[in-house]
Design a protein around this ligand. Structure first.
Ligand code: AOF
Ligand code: ZN
Length: 382
C-alpha cells in the first residue's frame, strides 16, 4: 500500500484496525458498505466503532461514542469518507465537528453520488485537517457497495428454515414451525434492519403471516410488508391486508390483474403496485421496489418465490436454518427446483453457490449463510 507521507505510522496502523472492525458488519449492513473507525489521541487508540446493522449508527458515530470526551482534539481514522447527508441517521461530518475532532484520515472516497468528496469538502471548510489515503484495501471492501449502486433493485436477503430432508412444509402444506426460538429471535432482529419483508402469495394463502418485527431493538422505521402476487390472490381478509394501520402492506401485481381484487385490498389500506407483464416479471417487480426506496429486502419464502428468485440470480445473500425435523415424502421443497435434502452445510452452500460462507449453531439449528455472485444485468434500461 502506498501511503502519502502526511500519514503517521500510528494513523496507518489505526486505519488497518478500522478495516478489521469494518468487516464485523459483514452480512448485516449490505447493500450499504461495511465501515470501521478508530479515534486516536496522541497516537493512542481512545475509541473504536463500526457500522453494525443496516439503518443503525455509522462507524464514526459508534467510535465517537466509545471515545466520549477524549474525542475532543483527536484524530479519527475511518475506512470510508464520512457522509454529509441525513439518511437513516444524521451526517457523520456534523457528528465529527460536534465532538471537536481536528483531523480525519480517510481510507477512500465514498462512491455514492450524494457524497463523493462532499463530506471531505465540508470537513475542510470547517477547519478540519483531512487526509485521504486512497487505500486499495478499503476500496476492495467497497466492491459489493459499488456494484449495488449501479443497479436499481434492492439487495435481496433470502432467509428460510428447512427440515433435514430439505423441505419447508409437509405434504398437506399445514403450517409447520421448524426452527427454534433462537432462530426466531434472529429473524425478528433482521426484520428490524431491512426496508421491507417480502413473501410470495402462496405463503399468505397457506400461513396468513403477520411479518412484523418483534425484536428487542426497535426498528428504525415502520417495516413495509410486500407480497409478490401477480394475479392478486391475496385474501382481502388476510392479516397482512387488514393490519395496515400497524405496518404498510404492498401487493405487487401484474398490470392485467383483476381491478376488483385490487379495490378490495385497497379498501383495507393495502397498496397495490402494478408491474407490466413480461419475461422478467420478478426482476421488474424488484426494480419497482427499488424505485420505491427499498434498498435492503428480506425474502421469507415460500418455496416458489425462493425458487424463482434463485433461478433468476436475483438473490444476493442467503441465511438458511438447518433444523433437525423431518417432513417426509411429498413435502414441499424449501427452494423449488433445488434438491437440498440430506446434505450438510458445506454441500448446501456449494449448491447455492455461496461465497464467504459462515456456519454456526443457533439453538438446536445450524445457520448457513453467505453471499451469491449476482448477474451482471444490473444497469438495465427500461
Ligand atoms: C459513513 N459512515 O459507517 C457508513 C456510511 O442508509 P444510511 O442512511 O445508513 O446511509 C448509508 C449511506 O452512507 C451509504 O449509502 C454510504 O454512502 C454511506 N455509508 N457513511 O459516513 C458509515 N456506512
Ligand atoms: Zn455517516
Amino acid at each position: 500500500m502506498t501511503v502519502p507521507p502526511r500519514v503517521t505510522g500510528a494513523e496507518r496502523e489505526a486505519l488497518r484496525r478500522a478495516q478489521e472492525l469494518a468487516l464485523r458488519g459483514t452480512g448485516e449492513v449490505e447493500p450499504n458498505p461495511t465501515v470501521g473507525a478508530v479515534v486516536l489521541r496522541g497516537g493512542e487508540v481512545v475509541g473504536e466503532g463500526w457500522h453494525a446493522r443496516y439503518g443503525g449508527p455509522h462507524a464514526e458515530v459508534a467510535a465517537l461514542a466509545d471515545a466520549g470526551d477524549r474525542a475532543r482534539g483527536a484524530t479519527v481514522c475511518v475506512t470510508l469518507e464520512p457522509c454529509c447527508t441525513t439518511g437513516k441517521t444524521g451526517p457523520c461530518t456534523e457528528a465529527l465537528l460536534a465532538a471537536g475532532v481536528t483531523r480525519v484520515v480517510v481510507g477512500c472516497v465514498d462512491p455514492a453520488p450524494g457524497h463523493a468528496g462532499r463530506g471531505l469538502a465540508d470537513l475542510r471548510a470547517a477547519g478540519v485537517d483531512v487526509e485521504v489515503v486512497g487505500s486499495p484495501t478499503c476500496e476492495a471492501v467497497l466492491r459489493r457497495f459499488t456494484d449495488a449502486l449501479a443497479r436499481r433493485r434492492p439487495h435481496v436477503f433470502a432467509k428460510w428454515a428447512m427440515s433435514a430432508d430439505g423441505a419447508i412444509a409437509p405434504a398437506d402444506r399445514t403450517r409447520t414451525v421448524l426452527s427454534g426460538p433462537e432462530a426466531h429471535a434472529l429473524v425478528h432482529r433482521w426484520r428490524g434492519a431491512v426496508d421491507a419483508v417480502l413473501v410470495g402469495v402462496g405463503t399468505v394463502v397457506a400461513d396468513d403471516p403477520r411479518l412484523t418485527a418483534r425484536g428487542d431493538e426497535a426498528p428504525t422505521r415502520p417495516l413495509r410488508r410486500v407480497v409478490l402476487d401477480p394475479r392478486l390472490r391475496t385474501p382481502p381478509g388476510s392479516v397482512l391486508a387488514t393490519t395496515t394501520d400497524k405496518a404498510p402492506t404492498w401487493i405487487v401485481a401484474d398490470e392485467e390483474a383483476d381491478p376488483r381484487a385490487a379495490d378490495a385490498l385497497e379498501e383495507h389500506g393495502a397498496r397495490v403496485l402494478r408491474v407490466p407483464e413480461g419475461p422478467e416479471w420478478t426482476a421488474d417487480a424488484l426494480e419497482v421496489l427499488g424505485l420505491e426506496g427499498v434498498r435492503r429486502l428480506l425474502v421469507e419464502g415460500g418455496s416458489d418465490t425462493l425458487g424463482r428468485l434463485v433461478a433468476a440470480d436475483l438473490v444476493d445473500q442467503v441465511a438458511c436454518f438447518l433444523t433437525p425435523a423431518r417432513l417426509g415424502d411429498d413435502a414441499l421443497p424449501a427452494v423449488a427446483g433445488l434438491e437440498l435434502g440430506g446434505l450438510d452445510a458445506q454441500a448446501i452452500a456449494q449448491i447455492l453457490r455461496l461465497q464467504g460462507v459462515r456456519v454456526e449453531p443457533v439453538g438446536p439449528d445450524v445457520l448457513v449463510r453467505g453471499f451469491r455472485p449476482v448477474r451482471e444485468d444490473v444497469a438495465r434500461d427500461g
